[in-house]
Design a binder for this molecule. Structure first.
Ligand code: DP6
Length: 311
């Protein structure tokens, strides 16, 4: 009764920010993301007869309870989990973490689940985790209820060879988690305004991905990122996840773009920046980004597969 799974970090081009049901983690809007190839979480779950307590943190234990209910078992679990990137700094550790936990814990319990069921279950652990289950380019359709809110592949991994550079600025952990931050979303006067435009943005960005129109996806992605951060900035209390270095990266990307070196950014709940570019500009961008003050590391990523079992 043991299994190990890997789940990737996913980067949202259209973000999830705000829940219409906090317990079920039903989002106010649909969202769209890509999985990364390398960055992610490896989790091993062993259901152990006679074990007195789960060896996992509180939020994971809640998720294990859901899986115990589905599998009709009452064993406790040993969970060993490892991220290959700095946690809780806006690189989506809860997405890869809960996707890997969902896959490992259900497989170890002998449950046979479809991708849709796994995605839905991962969503209950952390909303964005549902997008780390399917492969490649993924859409999380907000759905009508618990059973219709899950993520699916909209384009396969090989559809388009875009590159994603992960610009790591500091190893600091953020002060307000995504879950706590999202609870404040509706206190922003801009929240409704952002949500109003999202369905249209999703239609447009899907068409741009289909046509491989890099400029179009970049513009829509940056706009939605800035809209989400505008909601954060104007929440009560206000949330500022950026560091001065974050703004430096934003400014540099815009300046280089004006000079003809094209790339677009997006940022989650933290200081780090994801930069999307085409393969021919990757080396030059890595070089330039690495030389900016405050940049600790630049990782090279591509569009990758979803969660999978390793053992
Ligand atoms: C800014 O999925 O971490 O990364 O459902 O409360 O666990 P919970 O929130 P979480 O929020 C992710 C927020 C985001 C945007 C995104 O990935 O879509």
């Amino acid at each position: 009764m043991k299994a190990t799974a890997f789940a990737p970090v996913n980067v949202a081009l259209i973000k999830y920010w705000g829940k219409r049901d906090e317990k079920l983690r039903l989002p106010v809007n649909s969202s769209l993301s890509v999985n990364l190839t390398k960055m992610g979480t490896v989790t091993t779950v062993a259901w152990v007869k006679g074990l007195k307590q789960d060896e996992a943190d509180e939020r994971m234990i809640k998720h294990l309870d859901r899986i115990r209910g589905l599998a009709k078992i009452n064993f406790k679990a040993k969970v060993v989990t490892q991220n290959n990137f700095p946690v809780a700094a806006g690189l989506s550790s809860s997405a890869s973490g809960f996707a890997a936990l969902t896959l490992a814990a259900t497989a170890a319990a002998g449950l046979k689940m479809s991708e849709k069921e796994l995605s839905r279950l991962a969503r209950l652990g952390s909303g964005s985790a549902c997008r780390s289950i399917p492969n490649g380019w993924v859409e999380w359709v907000k759905g009508k209820d618990d059973f219709t809110s899950y993520a699916k592949t909209i384009f396969p991994t090989r559809h388009w060879d875009l590159r994603i550079l992960v610009v790591i600025l500091s190893q600091q952990e953020k002060k307000v988690s995504s879950t706590d931050g999202q609870e404040l979303a509706k206190t922003s006067a801009f929240f409704k305004e952002r949500v109003k435009g999202i369905d249209q943005k999703i239609i447009k960005i899907k068409q741009a991905i289909k046509e491989k129109n890099f400029r179009e996806i970049g513009v829509i992605m940056e706009e939605d990122c800035l809209n989400m951060h505008a909601v954060m900035l104007t929440s009560q209390p206000s949330l500022i996840y950026w560091l001065p270095e974050t703004v430096r990266v934003i400014q540099a990307i815009r300046e280089w773009r004006e000079q003809g070196l094209e790339s677009y950014f997006t940022i989650n709940t933290g200081q780090n920046v994801f930069v999307f570019c085409e393969p021919n500009n990757e080396d030059q961008l890595v070089d330039k980004l690495s030389h900016l003050r405050g940049v600790i590391e630049v990782r090279r990523e591509r569009v990758g597969l979803g969660a999978r079992l390793l053992a």
